[in-house]
Design a protein around this ligand. Structure first.
Ligand code: AMP
Length: 282
């Protein structure tokens, strides 16, 4: 049985709910999303519910993190379906603001995080992290939870948000949660819904190729050679193009030439019109 989930759409209502819980000594967790929810999002909600007494999920397809040529208009939207899934996963409140609540007339502030935002996604989607850091700053300050939960699926985004919260003294703990995958290893993503049957089969190769690259560098293959080889295999698997396959320092995301510190492999590649990203610890 699914119970209906309370929804708020404005900042004062959100603040009242969260402040009342915290005033009563309850811990509050926040899970920001753009909706079109899947098991990956729900795992964040369940983790938040394990670690906190109350969970707020936010649903806002943030126009500022899409470039004009990207998929903002066709991004999947299903608030009623999302709300039912969230209620089943133990979420206590949905915050689903309209665009004018988040970006009222005259809105002119941008949160820009340097260094960790610059490479990889920052190079291929230069508008992206400014949009993400701005909306997440707003969501954290609007709700002021104890902890906010983000997926490692968007690993660079998680590092950017940690840096931003630290730099701006935002009093919210930022917690990363493991990537949830399909049975063939494909990282779950709202954008997987765009894939044709053939593309879906090819998509599963991305994580396998990354596993092979990890094995190779652990076995002593030079990092640059493993990156090149992996990119070649991604194309051979049927991807149209590769933005990057890169092995980086796990925290700063700076390039590395040896595995002396924790490292991460990160990839972004195109299947038709769909861009997939994935990453794994080395
Ligand atoms: P999105 O709605 O795609 O912006 O994602 C909202 C949150 O869910 C972000 O913190 C994502 O990193 C996280 N997320 C998305 N897909 C997954 C996944 N497969 N496993 C774990 N977390 C995920």
């Amino acid at each position: 049985m699914t119970t209906s989930l309370p929804v708020v759409r404005d900042v004062p209502s959100l603040r009242n709910e969260v402040a009342a819980w915290r005033g009563a000594g309850l811990k509050v967790g926040l899970v920001p999303t753009m909706g079109a929810l899947h098991e990956g999002h729900l795992s964040l909600v369940r983790t938040a519910k394990e670690k906190c007494d109350r969970v707020v999920t936010t649903l806002f397809v943030n126009p500022r993190q899409f470039a004009p040529h990207e998929d903002f208009e066709r991004y999947p939207r299903d608030e009623a379906g999302d709300a039912a899934m969230l209620a089943g996963a133990g979420c206590d409140l949905l915050y689903a603001p309209e665009r004018a609540v988040m970006y009222p007339e005259g809105f002119s502030t941008n949160v820009i995080v340097s260094d960790v935002s610059t490479p990889l996604e920052g190079e291929f989607r230069p508008h992206f992290f400014g949009g993400v850091a701005t909306v997440v700053t707003k969501l954290l300050l609007q709700s002021l939870p104890d902890t906010a939960f983000f997926g490692e699926k968007d690993y660079q985004q998680l590092q950017v948000i940690k840096r931003m919260a630290r730099d701006l003294d935002i009093p919210v703990a930022i917690e990363g949660c493991p990537t949830v995958r399909e049975s063939d290893g494909l990282a779950m993503s709202s954008r997987n819904a765009y894939l044709t049957a053939d593309e879906r089969r090819a998509a599963a190769r991305l994580n396998q190729i990354m596993h092979d690259a990890i094995k190779a560098v652990r076995g002593g293959e030079p990092i640059a050679a493993a990156e090149t080889e992996a990119a070649r295999h991604v194309i051979a698997a049927g991807f149209a193009s590769v933005d990057y396959v890169s092995i980086r320092d796990a925290e700063s995301l700076a390039p590395i030439t040896s595995l002396t510190r924790p490292a991460r492999i990160l990839a972004a590649a195109w299947l038709g019109k769909t861009r997939l990203i994935d990453n794994m610890a080395i």
